[in-house]
Design a protein around this ligand. Sequence first.
Ligand SMILES: Cc1cc2nc3c(=O)[nH]c(=O)nc-3n(C[C@H](O)[C@H](O)[C@H](O)COP(=O)(O)OP(=O)(O)OC[C@H]3O[C@@H](n4cnc5c(N)ncnc54)[C@H](O)[C@@H]3O)c2cc1C
Length: 669
Amino acid sequence: MTRQPESLRIAGRDVPVLTATTVVAGAGAAGLRAAEALAERGQDVIVVTDRLKAGTSRNAGSDKQTYYKLTLAGAAGDSVRELAATLFAGGAMDGDTAVAEAAWSARAFSHLVEAGVPFPANDHGEYIGYKTDHDPRQRATSAGPWTSRSMVERLEGRVRRLGVEVVDHCRVVDLIVSGVGDGARAVGLLLLRTEAPVGDASPFLLVRAAQVVQATGGPAGLHGRSAYPRGQWGASGAALRAGVVAQNLTEWQFGLASVAPRWNVSGSYLQALPRIVSTAADGSDEREFVADALGDYGRLVTWTFLKGYQWPFDIRKASDGSSVIDLIVGRELARGRRVWLDFRADPGGRPLDPAALAPEARAYLTAAGALSGRPVERLRRLNQPAYRLYLERAPRTDLAAEPLEVAVGVQHHNGGLAVDDWWQTSLAGLFAVGEAAGCHGVYRPGGAALNSGQVGALRAATRIVADHWAVADEVDFRAAAAPVVTAASDLVAAAAARFATGRAETGAATLAALQQLFDDHVGLVRSAASVGRALDQVTAWDQALAATAVADASSRRSLDRLFLGRDLLLVARVCLTALADYAALGRSRGSALWTDPAGRPPLAGAAGAAWPDEFRFRLDAGALDDRVQQARHDAASGATTLTWRPRRPLPPPDDQFETVWRCHRQAVD
Ligand SMILES: Cc1cc2nc3c(=O)[nH]c(=O)nc-3n(C[C@H](O)[C@H](O)[C@H](O)COP(=O)(O)OP(=O)(O)OC[C@H]3O[C@@H](n4cnc5c(N)ncnc54)[C@H](O)[C@@H]3O)c2cc1C
């Protein structure tokens, strides 16, 4: 169904308005699942997205992109509470969210199976799993390198069959909020139409709705060095500007990823034991720098293997474990050299010696029949689709014939908008699902992000349907939308007036400068001083934006970059404020090294002496695991308030059937 927009005259401008009971912003795995669940329950739902073919779910993956769920195979025990305890053990994660993610994981997974995502099962129907990072069991499964794309494609098919309208080429600019304080409620969205013809018509579109589901993914545009697919930006700034509370903004995952295409090189890519080499910028002067830095063949092959399933950098494995490799690579990149995985020859300058591998690695490769041949042959035996992926993606790379350039990049934001166990944010009427929500804490099992997105989407849809909230009437909506439309229109008018005087557009340059700043100051290795410098710079840029931005109003791309820059500058500012606060309190934890001159270098003994002081660190050792850092931005004053609240504990088991049944009947009646 394609609905015709009405026109609303706001502050002297005619702006098209679409009305729906619920608007879902974002068409990734989480957003589409929310839209599907709402439509199945009879809701009038509309999906808006900046570019249907963009987003992380549709364009990112790894050797075997992982979905984490309750064990559904074998004789080893598992339970909802045990899975919840694993999620909770990541630190700074709320207990009720952990139980919800565990309890509905089998349901969410089964739905994907029924939708046609090709998760493999044995002849008896068991979904055999494997072990992923931070996983004490074998709960992980995969449909191959493109698991999340398969999810999106199947979910999109179902959403289309249910007749849900998907409005493409609309960037989220702002939330529309009615009321103030405890009475505030999200009543819609302001969007920029990024491909509408330029003319007299408004570049904006309003959506009026009883609920907004924010499923716009992570704020991927902050970093230049990144495993996120190009074209994923996020819209967290819109929620922050509206005063929505965010949490765990300090927690990002870093790890090894190929540069072109951007792709995570976890699992089989490293378990195949390629050489890790570096060259000068022009490709000359090749050195096997990881082997040189470790100076120990057994460590070289064992840690390279382990880095496969211990993929994200983990500071706890940075003194005597596989994460030392990320630091060695990071140090090499900082020296201005390029780093490559070379699958054509064995590491360490000699044929692979299985006796030097740790028993766990040797047993795995033996069982897979992957101990002989060159690394590329081992890779093909372990995972042929992972080899083929680089043949099929641009720029085409045949790993049998050429090396693959890699770097340490950011891949996932564990933090985001704070939600309860129905994925409601601090603003009534606004739900956040998928990576836009800050469900995870410091560590999470690989694959938990996709599960969280599916469970959160279903929980949010269930809640929305139960709430029966009505769409704001036209008078209320106009009053709420007017200041937002006016501010966005004024920004465009002022930026266009500067452009008319001959000044160059600033949108793209702002984004490039921001990414460089984050790469330089807020990467894998950072310090209180580097974060402080970045915060000062970003605050200055953000404060100056309204008075200095330049955009060509006759170019939709120029306007798009203007609003993207505005969104990301605010996200950057709030994230950096959170990081600066953390730096004053905490030591290294999760997927980052915080420089501490009083700490120790990554390797002990002579090898440790070779590390510059910026690599010295001390572990937080879980000191802040029971607390969650929250951030709330006040647009009027420009101040961000930070608080550390106790995390919500794991709720006690609620296991008396008749009691639960009675409550259920009361809720349904
Ligand atoms: C290389 C890589 C490998 C990964 N591997 C795994 C894994 O193995 N297991 C796992 O669990 N997780 C993994 N993740 C993380 C996981 O893929 C993501 O967290 C998840 O796909 C996010 O889904 P989502 O629906 O929340 O967001 P997305 O899939 O990013 O969708 C966001 C949607 O919002 C739209 N959008 C964005 N900004 C705007 C805006 N301003 N206005 C309007 N629309 C907008 C996008 O176009 C898109 O439609 C990986 C991530 C990467 C980058």
